[in-house]
Design a protein around this ligand. Structure first.
Ligand code: CA
Length: 657
């Protein structure tokens, strides 16, 4: 076929459609379908009673020619109530006919093969009108807990009934099997003080066959199929398009009711299929970047990359994010491989979200890297680490420098960081604690840095520690004292550092995948949250809980600006010891806080110091040591010389006089 220059000003000028009505727009009286496909020779809308031919009562309801309208849009209006009717487009291109569901689908049938017209209001659970996003003044006030719908509830001991489903998040007051005191599920999240749950992909993805719910299947879901539709396998009925929508809303409503925000993991960087993707079938070659040789470029490492810089692709991403924020009341977005997307698109998403009611509170952050080289149009910048300063200050990046400095590189199993014996990490750790916006400033403000040391990718923190601390004893279930000490140090560092604290679910009870460092399609037995570890690792869990209380109690820890980072005063210490003091704000109960991390094998005495214009406190309360953490002082010290035991973090607070 003739190659169209999609990047020419002529094309952009002629075919950039600005309407917000692409897809099937439903009312009880009529439905209007609009599809953007410049270059198509004709489009036929085909209607069906079901989402697949295999279902009972399946039959075709006829086809209708659409007519060309403005800017490459094709449209058709049918009178009558079409809710629950399934459809595909048959698009005639110069080189043949392609059949495809709607890229703007809001609902689909089983396995996403046909779109469905949906009456969205009929999918609202009771009380949805009054549901709203949680209050979050700035991203640095959040504490994000990342989980996967199936991991969350699937364990036999989870105490939840709706295993592997959205609805498990509607189960309150669940307990570990055979326990009346150990909370699981959302009760656990609340008890711990996590503010936001980040859900690994919940939009419709390809690799789990929804039509076979009884087959053992597992995938993380980074294989997007329909960006604006919930994944069907997490619903109780993937055959009826409205069910997954309602159940996902019920999940969100329940989390909101319990004061927990919902962050969606969005994977706009690629499509699971390339030439068979709905995008390619609808407008060949438009939505993906191509190499010089005309083949799909592969910045995502998954076979293709999205051309986010093209106007209608950018619009698609903006429309999609907006739809989730408005229709599903989503509290934040985590952009997978954000380095594949471009800076302008990301900043436009931020501006679009900011324009929504309370939209400034919606979190935005992403992975500031791609899997390999991206092929951006000249003049555009990728939203990766190099260009973070061009991103809006309220778009964060996962800070791999912080992550690797704490526990060692994710790419080398034996590599260590500050907590597991690396003696060269002190300088990096100081910068990590300052959220990389102290004197060494790689980001502008702490809202631009996600401070973390575990996520779904790579080894769990506990597995990393098992592989690097007393590594000859490779027992992932054993509560090894030295590993626990290192784990507590990691947690204390994250919770007392500037930035947006983030952790993989279960890090707080020594989550293990038994050494599996890439479990994206491993068995659920490897991936599930093993809630019974709450028993064995109770002490570690309580430690995290105490740290979260401390973080929330002291406003400079949660500073959205660079002020606190620059107010930190680091004492002179030997290697493997880092110590800082940080003065409180007028509203804080504590005049000053001191954090001392000693990763060495011996106790060490630190002389705490502060800026010359600030008075040093005479009395310190120990709020956390290597054993415990919380808001109850463990000890009082009337000295600025503090001895910190080996392999521990001490957090001290000076009361106001
Ligand atoms: Ca699916």
């Amino acid at each position: 076929m003739a190659v169209i220059n999609f990047d020419s000003q002529e094309f952009e000028g002629t075919y950039s459609y600005g309407g917000s009505d692409l897809g099937a727009v439903y009312t009880k009286k009529e439905t209007t379908w609009k599809v953007w496909s410049p270059g198509a020779l004709g489009i036929r809308l085909q209607l069906f009673t079901t989402g697949s031919d295999e279902e009972k009562g399946s039959r075709a309801l006829g086809g209708y020619e659409m007519r060309p309208a403005d800017k490459g849009v094709w449209q058709l209006t049918l009178k009558g109530d079409y809710a629950g009717v399934y459809y595909v487009y048959r698009i005639r291109h110069v080189d043949g006919v392609q059949e495809t569901p709607d890229v703007y689908s809001k609902a689909v049938g089983v396995d996403g093969q046909r779109s469905m017209v949906v009456d969205l209001r009929s999918t609202d659970p009771e009380g949805w009108d009054s549901d709203c996003r949680v209050y979050c003044e700035s991203a640095t006030k959040a504490i994000v807990w990342e989980t996967h719908i199936k991991d969350f509830s699937s364990s036999e001991e989870s105490g939840m009934i709706n295993k592997g489903k959205y609805l498990a998040f509607t189960e309150e007051n669940t307990h570990l099997k055979d326990s009346t005191v150990i909370s699981t599920g959302i009760a656990h999240i609340k008890e711990m003080g996590f503010t936001h749950v980040q859900l690994m992909p919940v939009y419709d993805y390809a690799t789990v066959i929804e039509a076979k719910p009884n087959k053992e299947q597992y995938n993380w879901g980074y294989d997007p199929m329909h960006y604006n539709v919930p994944e069907g396998s997490y619903s109780t009925d993937p055959w009826h398009g409205e069910v997954r929508i309602r159940e996902m809303k019920q999940m969100i409503q329940s989390l909101h009711k319990n004061g927990i925000g919902v962050i969606m993991d969005v994977v706009y960087n690629h499509t699971y299929e390339s030439k068979d993707s709905w995008f390619h079938k609808t407008v060949p070659h438009y939505y993906h970047r191509l190499n010089q040789d005309g083949r799909f470029s592969n910045g995502s490492g998954c076979g293709n990359e999205i051309a986010s810089e093209r106007s209608m692709c950018r619009k698609y991403i903006l429309d999609s994010v907006r739809y989730w924020a408005e229709e599903y009341h989503i509290d934040g977005f985590r952009f997978d491989l954000m380095g594949v997307l471009d800076v302008t698109t990301m900043n436009q998403i931020r501006a679009m979200l900011d324009s929504l009611p309370n939209g400034k509170q919606i979190l935005m952050y992403g992975e500031p890297w791609a899997a390999s080289g991206v092929v951006l149009r000249p003049g555009e910048q990728p939203a990766d680490k190099r260009y973070v300063r061009r991103l809006d200050p309220r778009i964060g990046i996962f800070n791999d420098d912080t992550r690797d400095c704490i526990k060692g590189s994710v790419f080398r199993r034996e590599d260590t960081g500050f907590i597991n014996g690396n003696k060269t990490m002190d300088w990096k750790l100081k910068n990590s604690m300052m959220g990389w916006c102290g004197p060494q400033r790689t980001v502008r403000v702490p809202t631009q840095t996600v401070t973390y040391c575990s996520a779904h990718d790579n080894s769990t923190l506990w597995d990393k520690l098992t592989n690097t601390v007393d590594e000859s004893l490779r027992d992932y279930d054993y509560p090894h004292p030295e590993r626990l000490a290192a784990n507590k140090m990691a947690a204390a560092i994250v919770m007392t550092s500037q930035g947006i604290p983030f952790l993989q679910s279960g890090e707080e009870f020594a989550r293990t995948k038994y050494g599996d460092a890439n479990s994206y399609r491993s068995d659920i037995q490897v991936n599930k949250l093993d809630w019974k570890r709450l028993r064995v690792f109770n002490d570690l869990t309580r430690y995290y809980q105490g740290l979260i209380k401390i973080r929330k109690h002291f406003s400079p820890f949660q500073d959205a600006t660079e002020k606190s980072a620059q107010n930190m005063y680091f004492s002179y210490t030997k290697e493997q010891v880092v110590a800082y003091t940080l003065a409180g704000n007028p509203e804080d109960e504590w005049k000053m806080v001191a954090v001392i991390a000693n990763a060495g094998r011996k106790p060490y005495e630190v002389e705490l110091e502060t800026w010359s214009y600030i008075e040093m406190p005479e009395t310190w309360y120990v709020m956390a040591n290597g054993e415990q953490a919380g808001l109850v002082p463990l000890k009082e010290i009337k000295d600025s010389k503090i001895e910190v035991p080996a392999r521990s973090v001490m957090i001290l607070a000076a009361p106001k006089a």
